[in-house]
Design a binder for this molecule. Structure first.
Ligand code: CP
Length: 312
């Protein structure tokens, strides 16, 4: 089996079979990642470039480590210290990277659709590492991988996604991916942070956290994105935390063995209390580990696909 596209731009475009293929490959990659000698030859001779127009700790570092663990050449471009700051266009930047023999460009951008534009103008595979409010597909893949490690399947699981759904590319990618794999997805947040028409994505929508949490198998919090907030979407962080923050008491509405996930970075005391972040049900650190395995899998599958296509 091969991935249909040369690029990984969103989970909206992937089939359930392709998602499972990536997650199954990530299982193998996790064995490499957790072995004593974290080095395998899968990406020998390949070059991976990260091009980030927004800040990142987890996504950028995990792509870089994933590349290195699989023996690739790696380079990073931060938009602020590159010729982008001199006014070079996205397409010209992409073509410049492409001309240096790059195999995969991993891109984060504040504009929805920017990786899609780049992908149309370069030979390299483009991986979307988060575009505006649209998608963050590798985050959702690592979230699904983490849930499946614990529960074996997503089919029939009740997944509550809580918080700033409106601005969340993580929520959108998880909704596309999890519904394809058979989960029941519920979303809850302040009315101003719930975009209209969410039901059309196959989810149930609630205005209180308690309603969404009842009997949930998985609870996923979302970061309040202060950088994307227009004024007035909710009164104050304290008000938000009072009505939508997850603490130990509220978590009891969910099943006793409910898994707690958050993409990070967490605003402690806003989305989650420290008790929840550091509690027994929290998988936040395991999500970070699994993020490396999932990104190793993707880099391998995309470069392998392109190598075989070139032979043919
Ligand atoms: N979850 C996530 O995308 O984190 P970073 O912004 O640190 O990459």
């Amino acid at each position: 089996m091969f991935l249909e596209s040369k690029d990984l731009l969103g989970l909206k475009d992937l089939s359930a079979e392709e998602i499972m293929y990536i997650l199954d490959t990530a299982k193998t990659m996790k064995h490499i990642l957790t072995s004593k000698n974290k080095k395998a030859p899968h990406l020998q001779g390949k070059t991976i470039v990260t091009l980030f127009h927004e800040n990142s700790t987890r996504t950028r570092l995990s792509f870089e480590l994933a590349s290195k663990y699989l023996s690739a050449n790696t380079a990073n471009i931060a938009a602020s210290s590159s010729s982008i700051a001199k006014g070079e266009t996205l397409i010209d930047t992409g073509r410049t990277i492409d001309s240096m023999g790059c195999d995969v460009i991993v891109m984060r951008h504040p504009m929805s659709g920017a990786p899609h534009l780049l992908a149309r103008h370069v030979k390299a595979s483009v991986i979307n590492a988060g575009d505006g409010m649209n998608e963050h597909p590798t985050q959702a893949l690592l979230d699904m991988f983490t849930i499946m490690e614990k529960k074996g399947t997503l089919k029939g699981l009740k997944v509550a996604i809580i918080g700033d759904i409106y601005h969340s590319r993580v929520a959108r990618s998880n909704i596309w991916g999890m519904t394809k794999l058979g989960a029941e997805v519920l979303v809850a947040g302040p009315a101003t942070l719930l975009p209209p028409g969410m039901e059309n994505m196959g989810v149930k929508v609630y205005n209180t956290i308690q309603e969404a949490l009842i009997d949930a198998d998985v609870v996923m919090g979302l970061r309040i994105q202060r950088e994307r907030q227009k004024s007035g979407l909710f009164p104050t962080l304290r008000e938000y935390s009072k009505f939508f923050g997850l603490d130990d008491k509220r978590l009891k509405f969910a099943k006793d063995d409910a898994l707690v996930l958050h993409p990070g970075p967490v605003n402690r005391g806003v989305e989650f209390s420290s008790g929840v972040v550091d509690g027994d049900q929290s998988l936040i650190n395991e999500q970070v580990t699994n993020g490396v395995a999932v990104r190793m899998a993707l880099l391998y599958l995309l470069t392998r696909r392109n190598s075989i296509e070139n032979i043919n």
